[in-house]
Design a protein around this ligand. Structure first.
Ligand code: SAH
Ligand code: SF4
Ligand code: F3S
Length: 447
């Protein structure tokens, strides 16, 4: 058995992809390891979204170079591959800048990995084309044991790429145009996950709610229809999806939140900024009011829905007043959770050449203020659960002996002292206290 070590950066789609790479290489005799020292093949599955994310790859390659030298001195070998969005964006440049790399391959080539690794035994390989064939049709299925060893919750990519071209973002360049997988392929994959013991599936896409896949009759189905179909799978308890764009939240999807109990009441719906002029120059194609009205409709359909978002501070031209608009929007919405970032200039995107770039210290100061507010909201949201009872899907044992950990419908980690036999089941938990990251409680015994 050869050993494969994959390090994953970036979004959940990369997490999903890393498992697919492991699946693709399993028939060639590669077994996943968490110990990099014993790896015959190391793959960095990279992210290009912000400058820091991309730079991490090169600093990791510096470390890998030394590790490989040591291994070679002892007569060992270590092949190094770069996958993901930096691979797609920089291609040949990576091999030039870091000659230690043997193999560079983009997200659309993962099914060809055995062949690419074979070629890389004798020469440098760079493969960043978008092949005509559907990679999903060619990726081998994992064994049931492999699937369940990865956990009781699973990601499932249903859509890749993005046609939105927000002016700050590299994704449309690294992941290409929007493509949706056909309905039957997704249902089959979901059924296989459930057969292996998976209880919760999170559908993934760079713009997951732009999903428009073909069904068996050649008709286009949206994300809502897909969710209704998945909800029929016996043994599947929970559904989630991420990441959505406000412009693609149609009525059918909002109604699915009303109709489907197993669709969890938690929605990641990034708005990025709370100023119409900034939203316009970001090319988000909606206003603050559009977003607020949309949230009203979603909350009408599912009153207990918890919201999450992404924010960028310091986009070119952002004034103090624009930033105050972002703070106001956050105060008005009351997020349960959110991610916020300083604008990072990405070469090749329209934002990179805009006038009025915001100085670094202004970005830092704004980020700090925004994060204070968002952290406060998250704490308040968590505290609001104290004294309530929530269904928790228990996933694994906790850090302390005797503890087990699961997730609430709102994706909060919940720790209780209980027998591990509860793992894999959903139990009502009475929440009695809140820590920094988790909630604590007791399983309610229903008599
Ligand atoms: N498709 C998703 C976002 C994918 S990228 C959407 O449209 O919402 C994840 C997040 O990274 C974005 O929501 C944005 O907040 C952040 N991001 C993207 N490009 C960035 C940049 N150049 N600088 C800082 N943050 C960025
Ligand atoms: Fe990037 Fe915008 Fe596409 Fe999201 S919608 S991936 S932020 S271009
Ligand atoms: Fe990063 Fe690519 Fe995801 S740039 S955020 S890994 S789509």
């Amino acid at each position: 058995m050869k050993k494969l070590f994959i390090k994953t950066y970036g979004c959940q789609m990369n997490v999903y992809d890393s498992d697919r790479m492991a699946d693709a290489l399993a028939p060639s005799g590669y077994e996943a390891t968490t110990d990099i020292d014993e790896a015959d093949l190391v793959v960095l599955n990279t992210c290009h979204i912000r400058e820091k994310a991309a730079e991490k790859v090169y600093s990791e390659l510096g470390r890998l170079r030394i590790m490989r030298q040591k291994k070679e001195q002892k007569g060992g070998e270590m092949m190094i591959g770069i996958a993901g969005c930096v691979a797609q964006a920089e291609g040949e440049e990576i091999v030039r800048r870091a000659p230690v790399v043997d193999l560079v391959f983009g997200p659309q080539s993962y099914h060809r990995l055995p062949d690419l690794v074979e070629q890389a035994q004798t020469k440098k390989v760079v493969e960043t084309d978008f092949p005509a064939e559907d990679k999903f049709e060619h990726l081998p299925k994992p064994k049931k044991e492999t699937t369940i060893a990865r956990g009781l919750t699973s990601f499932l990519t249903v859509q890749e790429g993005c046609d939105k071209f927000c002016s700050f973002c590299v994704v449309p360049y690294t992941r290409g145009a929007e493509v949706s997988r056909p309905v039957h392929q997704i249902i089959t994959e979901a059924q296989d996950l459930v057969d292996a013991g998976v209880k919760e599936i999170t559908l993934l896409g760079q713009n997951v709610n732009a999903y428009h896949g073909l069904d068996a009759n050649g008709e286009t189905q949206g994300l809502a229809q897909l969710l209704y179909k998945l909800a029929d799978i016996d043994g599947l308890d929970r559904l989630r999806y991420t990441t959505s764009h406000p412009r693609d939240m149609d009525d059918a999807l909002i109604n699915a939140h009303r109709d489907l109990d197993m669709l969890m009441p938690y929605l990641h719906l990034p708005v990025q900024a709370g100023s119409d002029s900034i939203l316009k120059s970001m090319n988000r194609q909606h206003t603050v009011e559009d977003y607020m009205r949309l949230l009203e409709r979603i909350r009408e359909a599912r009153p207990d829905i918890a919201l999450s978002g992404d924010f960028i501070v310091g986009f070119p031209g952002e004034t103090d007043e624009d930033f105050e608009g972002t703070l106001k929007l956050v105060r008005d919405v009351e997020y349960a959770q959110a991610y916020s970032f300083k604008y990072s200039t990405r070469p090749g995107t329209p934002g990179a050449t805009m006038d009025n770039q915001v100085p670094e210290e202004v970005k830092s100061e704004r980020l700090q203020r925004l994060q204070e507010l968002l952290n406060h909201q998250q704490t308040e949201f968590n505290k609001s659960r104290i004294g309530t009872t929530m269904p928790v899907l228990f996933e694994k044992t906790g850090r302390d002996p005797g503890q087990i950990v699961g997730r609430s419908p709102y994706l909060q980690p919940v720790q209780v002292e209980a027998d591990p036999s509860h793992i894999g089941t959903i139990r009502d938990v009475f929440i009695d206290s809140v820590g920094k990251f988790s909630l604590f409680g007791k399983i309610v015994i229903n008599s």
